[in-house]
Design a protein around this ligand. Sequence first.
Ligand code: ATP
Ligand code: MG
Length: 358
Amino acid sequence: MILKSVELRDFRNYENLTIHFDEGTNILYGNNAQGKTNLLEAIYLSGTTKSHKGSKDRDMIRFDCEQAHIRTIVDKGGMEYCIDFHIKKNSSKGIAINRIPIKKAADLFGILNVVFFSPEDLNIIKDGPSQRRRFLDLELSQLNKIYLHHLSGYHKTLNQRNKLLKDIYFRPDLKDTLFVWDMKLVEYGKSIIKIRRKFILDLQEIVYGIHKDISGGKEELFISYEPDVGEEELEEKLLAVREKDLKMGQTTIGPHRDDLLFSIHGVDIRKFGSQGQQRTTALSLKLSEIELVKQTRRDTPILLLDDVLSELDSRRQNFLLNRIHDIQTVITCTGLDEFVKNRFQINKVFQVLEGSIQ
Ligand SMILES: Nc1ncnc2c1ncn2[C@@H]1O[C@H](COP(=O)(O)OP(=O)(O)OP(=O)(O)O)[C@@H](O)[C@H]1O
Ligand SMILES: [Mg+2]
């Protein structure tokens, strides 16, 4: 897929912008706080309906404005798609594909696949489990429509169940209704665990080779899934912790507490890896995301690199740039030195200055 253009109206610090991208490598450069990341955020949102930073919709509307618009034009195998986002201050956002409003965010699935890589992603290995779950969820939501659906079902059910657990304290008669939520939670939860398990196996096959290459053949990386509870025991365990859950007022087991283990030569690098190992692993993981989209969706994703080059040493920079020359990329940076130094091919350069493009 190719991202052809983006139009912004009152989105973040952009009042009015139209930008046409090249099919190859696009560079957005400019000083700090000019709007480079905001533009990538708009692209990411168009593909996934969410901000890569997890920002609220209303925070993305330009200060003192009532609404924001994003229009992206995507070419998918010769077919053109126009994705419209209409973000309003006091109601939920409206999305349309080729001028036809869609009801569920899931209807956008597969039109624009994006891989976002920011300096924070380099910490995914050493950060807490919630960041690794976030990676799993964001990635799987782009690859698997059933996952997207079941994940949202799971979280809704989890919130309902947690609310009920608290309510039962004041109204013990409500306890009889708990089983309804338990059944739903088990149904969605089992599916999520199963899909995650399969995903990690696929990911492992790809990431192993990439990591071995980046580390010059030295390191063998293994990723394994650490489910809080296996799919077969979920129902039984949920029942077993019921009294504890009632006491705590929340659901204490389930896939919302899963984690991923990263190990190199038998050492858990979440805890014991060197900083370099952790960052290289994060890079391997991002590059694997691209491969997974290619294999699963049979299409190339759009890669958004937000200021990561300056965070990598020149060997890792070269590795990254060499692996992505066949996909469309939008790269932000504050200067163009890195590219000149690496003699990397650039197709289009934009200078971002106070919410406009030069
Ligand atoms: N809702 C909003 N309305 C108006 N301006 C906003 C809004 N949200 C953020 N901004 C402003 O947008 C500006 C640009 O932010 P952005 O993160 O895109 O900068 P950047 O070019 O990526 O800078 P850096 O190089 O530091 O990463 C910031 O100064 C911020 O205050
Ligand atoms: Mg930025």
